[in-house]
Design a binder for this molecule. Structure first.
Ligand code: NDP
Length: 386
């Protein structure tokens, strides 16, 4: 299992074809998407097939937007506040496009402003430490991206890049050293770790006050309990809820379905929705007839890792869809030979849902933004700065 802020992939050499695209998505739907959302043209088509990569891609491509004409009743008045970002309205498809890339940029700017305010007032610069064990190319890329994002926000980066045969004890020593370093306000262990290292031992060693990934059992436990507050909420699910908030989607009293129950996305996403007073169902690999649950949902968060699994027919008209899945599908037109799609059949969903996150450009960019935000929150808390 990989951390959301440490999204991972394996090389295409480990890939195999496992899934075909949206079954009911005809060439006409592909062509409509070509006309209205040019950069997502190939998001679904009947010929697309998914690779079963180990996982995790970072969707960073941009989606062009058009202003929304008809906000539906799932949106609250906050839709009109200045930070609200205008969403897309395509002619055949009614769903707004929830633009995670733009929201993430907005959050990163807010974090940068907070960081410089803190520096000015206290002379303190928030610091984020990343521990990377091994030489996986994908992990190294994500660590680099995080470092760059930290630099842009004015957050200081610390790194421990350790060889893949590093003993668990040695990794724990590095964690302990970052735990005790007053310049470090957040610690993130890049996952997956090599198999000889016990992931639980390592994650448990991060002190709860610096657990910016929110994976410490105490943070998750507090998230699950009424009247308790976690110090940190895991970045990807936090990003999902932030998107709903920033787009003015009403959560309270709504029926929500989370597809997937992993520790890093599905489970905390369900807990967060429940804390926001939604009535939540969790669908997983053993759920019979998952579409019976999703058809009742006002809000769907899908975190499965199966390309185009959620068909249009699974969706209640007007529902809001947050698609966390990042799945590579074969695409001979792409120079890379593949492109990324979500768990939700995008072309079909756009015609039924009221709002949807694209893949790429939806939840993906939010994860790092939330990591930066958690790091700033941590520094403020440690230095008692508001
Ligand atoms: P996991 O593999 O840890 O969990 C997948 C979950 O989906 C499991 O709970 C599993 O159920 C469930 N599941 C699998 N198949 C089905 C099915 N056919 N029907 C219903 N449920 C099913 O994955 P993650 O949670 O780590 O990631 C999920 C997706 O989100 C991936 O595509 C990943 O790349 C992406 N991701 C994106 C991030 C981002 O920043 N945008 C960050 C993290 C992940 P069970 O528990 O029964 O096995």
């Amino acid at each position: 299992m990989a951390s959301p802020s440490s999204m991972t992939t394996t090389s295409s050499t480990t890939s195999k074809l496992v899934f075909s695209g949206c079954s009911t998505s005809s060439s006409s739907s592909s062509s409509s998407s070509r006309r209205f959302l040019p950069l997502t043209t190939a998001t679904t088509s009947s010929k697309c097939r998914a690779f079963h990569f180990h996982r995790r891609f970072n969707p960073l491509r941009h989606v062009h937007l058009r202003p929304c004409k008809n906000p539906t009743t799932v949106f609250s008045q906050t839709i009109n506040r200045p930070s609200f970002i205008a969403a897309a309205m395509a002619t055949e498809a009614s769903a707004k496009v929830i633009d995670g890339k733009r929201v993430a940029k907005e959050i990163r700017e807010e974090v940068a402003a907070g960081v410089s305010k803190m520096k000015e007032a206290l002379g303190v610069v928030p610091g984020l430490a990343v521990i990377l064990v091994g030489d996986r190319k994908d992990s190294a890329t994500y660590v680099r991206n995080k470092k760059k994002a930290c630099e842009d926000a004015g957050i200081k980066s610390f790194e421990a890049c350790l060889p893949k045969d590093t003993a668990e004890e040695e990794v724990l020593k590095h964690i302990s050293s970052f735990n005790n370093d007053p310049a470090v306000h957040g610690i993130l262990v890049q996952l997956p770790l090599p198999s000889h290292i016990n992931e639980q031992n390592v994650l448990n060693a991060v002190c709860i006050e610096k657990d910016v990934d929110g994976f410490h059992p105490l943070n998750i436990g507090r998230l699950a309990m009424r009247d308790r507050e976690p110090l940190f909420v895991p970045c990807t699910p936090k990003g999902c809820i932030e998107l709903l908030h920033r787009y003015g989607v009403v959560i309270k009293g709504k029926r929500a379905v989370v597809i997937g129950r992993s520790n890093i996305v599905g489970m905390p996403a369900a807990l967060l929705l429940q804390r926001e007073d939604a009535t939540v169902s969790v669908v997983h690999s053993r759920t019979k007839n998952p579409e019976e649950f999703t058809r009742e949902a006002d809000i769907i968060i899908s975190a499965v890792g199966q390309a185009n699994m959620v068909k249009g027919s699974w969706i209640k008209p007007g529902a809001v869809i947050i698609d966390v899945g990042i799945n590579p599908v074969e695409d001979s037109e792409s120079p890379r030979g593949y492109r990324l799609v979500g768990d939700v059949c995008y072309d079909e969903a756009r015609q039924i849902a009221s709002a949807i996150t694209p893949v790429p450009g939806g939840v993906g960019p939010m994860t790092i933004a939330m990591l930066l935000s958690n790091t700033l929150i941590s520094a403020k808390r440690i230095h008692n700065f508001n």
